[in-house]
Design a protein around this ligand. Structure first.
Ligand code: C5P
Length: 397
């Protein structure tokens, strides 16, 4: 899939730079040509010689190298690639990108380019969570920069949390998705999926029977059309799809935060079965069964994530889609839900036991939009996802 693709790989200065070497190897195995750019800080972690040996090409590093300029000017270097990948993207490099700096070769290339850019951040967890970094990420996303990772895990600095660079094969998958041709190429789409778990105490929770199948197939179908998909999932039964940016959450409140952090997006599809209520103050220790006494659980309403995004005064996605699982008066209830939530489309289905839809492989949906209700014939859930993805592509065209 990457045969004859040209990747300009900018290697920033972080311990994860060693993974960039493996990334080069993986990309070349798949037929891509890799033009490496090593920042000065990157060269503290990996040597130009190893980078160049693996890439089979010379390494670019200096903005003011006269030989390089005579052979290929930095403007041309920035534009001759199919994709620019920054791995690892340090906090500093991302800050300079967000500000539009051009004080070394890497930042100049990133400013001068009209080629899509994918960044694989890597940094200490506190640096990742810092308000300044999060601000910069929002700016970069708004500029259309794609992200892969970071992952959660143990870090070289001894801390644990988000900040580890995505693994080389995950970056390859994201590169393939970014280069996939399709009507949704260049579009960023958010999909929520799965149930949420609302803790009662450390071992018990309120949940529902959602498997995450519908959201997962939809995310897959959107990625297959070339979309950059952000997949925010509760604890689902089915594994998340490949080639999408996965954010795992447990509760509705965490899902809302992850959704907010993923914005801006071109379209947002809310396929998650969010628990309506949470326990007001979940117990920090396991609640004991006491003879004759029953525990009192005070419930509070969870935030409506779909309604929140659909009614955003600023930065609302161009298309907001909700789902409605109904057992009676499907069209009437779903039409009312569309108005109440303020979303553009509602994908409604009848989940009464007699239909066999809940937990089954088939679905029969009604698409409700401003024009009215459109009944789709009963078909496989994958086919429903593919047709929905096509319709989303048409709406965003
Ligand atoms: O109100 P109801 O739960 O029937 O609405 C279903 C739709 O709203 C789904 O698209 C679901 O993902 C979304 N939703 C949400 N946050 C909630 C409840 C529902 O995003 N708290």
């Amino acid at each position: 899939m990457l045969a004859s693709k040209n990747i300009l790989l900018i290697i920033g200065g972080g311990i994860a730079a060693f993974k960039a070497l493996d990334l080069i190897r993986r990309l070349r195995e798949r037929g891509a040509a890799v033009t490496p750019v090593l920042t000065r800080a990157g060269a503290e972690f990996v040597t130009p010689l190893s980078v160049s040996a693996l890439a089979g090409r010379k390494v670019f590093g200096d903005l003011f190298d006269l030989t390089d300029e005579a052979e290929m000017g930095h403007i041309e270097l920035s534009r001759s690639a199919d994709l620019i990948v920054v791995a690892p993207a340090t906090a500093d490099l991302m800050a300079r990108m967000a500000q539009g700096h051009a004080d070394d070769l890497a930042s100049t290339l990133l400013l001068a380019t009209d080629t899509p850019v994918l960044v694989a951040p890597a940094m200490n967890v506190r640096m990742w969570q810092h308000a300044a970094t999060q601000r910069n990420i929002a700016v970069l996303r708004g500029d259309g920069i794609g992200f892969v990772g970071p992952n959660d895990g143990d870090m070289a600095c001894g801390e644990h949390g988000p900040g580890r660079m995505a693994e080389p094969l995950e970056i390859v998958t994201a590169i393939e998705a970014a280069l996939a041709d399709g009507p949704l190429r260049g579009k960023r789409v958010l999909v929520t999926s799965g149930p949420t778990h609302e803790p009662i105490d450390p071992v018990r929770y309120i949940a529902n029977r959602s498997s995450g199948a519908q959201g997962t197939t939809l995310a897959q179908a959107l990625a297959a059309l070339g979309a950059e998909v952000v997949f925010v999932t509760g604890p689902a039964d089915v594994p998340p799809p490949d080639g999408v940016e996965v954010h795992r959450v447990e509760t509705a409140q965490e899902m809302l935060e992850a959704v907010k952090a993923a914005l801006p997006v071109d379209a947002a599809i809310f396929a998650a079965a969010v628990a309506d209520w949470r326990v007001v103050s979940a117990s920090a220790s396991k609640m004991k069964k006491t003879k004759g006494g029953l525990p009192q659980l005070d419930l509070a309403e969870n935030p409506d994530i779909l309604a929140h995004v659909a009614q955003m005064p600023q930065g609302r996605p161009a298309l907001v889609v909700g789902f409605a699982a109904e057992t009676d008066d499907v069209v009437e209830n779903a039409t009312a839900k569309r108005a109440r939530k303020g979303c553009d489309w509602i994908v409604a289905n009848d989940v009464s036991a007699a239909t066999g839809i809940m937990g089954g492989t088939e679905n029969a949906v009604t698409l409700i939009n401003a024009a009215g209700a459109e009944d789709w014939p009963r078909m496989g859930k994958r086919e429903v996802a593919a047709r929905l993805a096509e319709r989303i592509a048409q709406a965003l065209a």
